[in-house]
Design a protein around this ligand. Structure first.
Ligand code: GTP
Ligand code: MG
Length: 207
């Protein structure tokens, strides 16, 4: 049996208006989190492409909804969606408990959205914004699956990683995947969860 692998990964479209994105064609998985947490870097690692999603040391790099299409040798075909970060420019009072028209519009109207991966920095854990996003997603009419990833685990020593991940897990009350875009740690585990969320299991013995 050969392990399934990615055959292609490509940029599809980008827009600040969810209504102007290409009509839903494939299952989508979106990546959300505070600015600078490492969403675009994680996507590049997931797609095994260095600079397909733009990253920057400065928060607020991704300003639009970006769609990428990934195809696997075993037939898995999915859109990965890089979202703008939140928590960078402080939200105004009227925007409180709203994710702004862009994020909210995308998350609540995209029928093909199967899962949202929420990323938090392993050293900071979830903050108010992240927990509000969880509540927002739970309240949707057809809530997507929520996956949780703790980024930048390479910033901690091996010995520090386990207790830090346990802590984030308790705070979120759910399983968490430790991830590093520097070492690639967590990549396989996250793909496995994504596959599960979009109900396509890894290729079996016929491959
Ligand atoms: N050490 C380390 N640095 C990381 C990791 N992931 C991202 N970074 C760095 O963190 C910074 C922000 O990364 P981005 O991927 O642009 O973050 P983002 O969440 O997409 O940010 P916005 O688009 O502004 O919301 C960059 O300098 C990355 O190199 C990681 O796993 N380990
Ligand atoms: Mg980004």
């Amino acid at each position: 049996m050969t392990e399934p692998r990615i055959v292609s990964a490509a940029f599809v479209a980008s827009s600040s208006d969810p209504g102007k994105l290409p009509a839903p064609a494939l299952a989508e998985v979106a990546f959300a989190g505070r600015s600078n947490v490492g969403k675009s870097s994680l996507l590049n690692t997931m797609m095994q492409r260095k600079n397909l999603a733009r990253t920057s040391r400065t928060p607020g790099c991704t300003r639009q909804i970006n769609l990428f299409e990934v195809a696997w040798t075993d037939g898995l075909h999915v859109h990965l969606v890089d979202l703008p970060g939140y928590g960078y420019a402080k939200r105004s009072r009227t925007e409180k408990s709203s994710w702004g028209p862009m994020l909210e519009g995308y998350l609540s109207t995209r029928g093909v959205l199967r899962a949202v991966t929420i990323l938090v920095d392993v050293r900071r854990g979830p903050e108010e914004d992240d927990l509000e996003l969880v509540d927002f997603l739970h309240a949707l009419e057809t809530p997507p699956r929520i996956l949780l990833a703790a980024t930048k685990i390479d910033k901690l020593s091996r010995a520090q990683q386990k207790p830090a991940l346990e802590k984030v897990k308790r705070q979120f009350k759910g399983p968490i995947i430790g991830f590093s875009s520097v070492t690639g740690d967590g990549r396989d585990a996250l793909w496995q969860r994504l596959r599960h969320a979009i109900a396509i299991e890894p290729a079996n013995e016929h491959e």
